[in-house]
Design a protein around this ligand. Structure first.
Ligand SMILES: [Zn+2]
Length: 50
């Protein structure tokens, strides 16, 4: 049996979260900005989006 698999790996940078939310308070207003993970292009998969 071949161990060669093409299974997508979870992005190690975001842990599969596809990105993270940045909390930025401005003038008393909480603003949440979604920032897609760079290495996985917001897919949560290593090398995703390429
Ligand atoms: Zn990622």
């Amino acid at each position: 049996m071949s161990e060669r698999q093409n299974t997508p790996r979870t992005c190690t940078s975001c842990g599969g979260a596809k990105g993270h939310t940045i909390d930025a308070s401005h003038d008393g207003v909480t603003v949440q900005t979604w920032r897609p993970c760079g290495p996985c292009h917001g897919t949560g998969i290593q090398g995703g989006g390429i």
